[in-house]
Write a protein that binds this ligand. Structure first.
Ligand SMILES: [Zn+2]
Length: 76
């Protein structure tokens, strides 16, 4: 789970971009912290970067397929 020190630097949001799920290798439209919906592993994606390919993030079988969701994004 992502950590932070000062809550005044984060704003809770209901934006639809946090509802989307992306398969491995997707060139995502938003930079930020992404979380694997299966195992909870978190990664940072910069502007223009793609999510890890299937062979770059693997987890135990019981966690199911690898899928990513945005959990924190910077504001322009
Ligand atoms: Zn995973």
């Amino acid at each position: 789970m992502a950590h932070y020190q000062n809550a005044s630097f984060l704003i809770q949001s209901q934006h639809i971009k946090f509802d989307k799920k992306y398969p491995p290798g997707t060139a995502v439209p938003d930079a930020g912290i992404y979380r694997c919906t299966g195992c909870g592993h978190e990664i940072v994606i910069a502007n223009g970067q793609a999510l890890p390919m299937q062979n770059q993030h693997q987890h135990a079988f019981e966690f199911g397929t690898v899928c990513w969701e945005l959990i924190v994004c910077p504001v322009d």
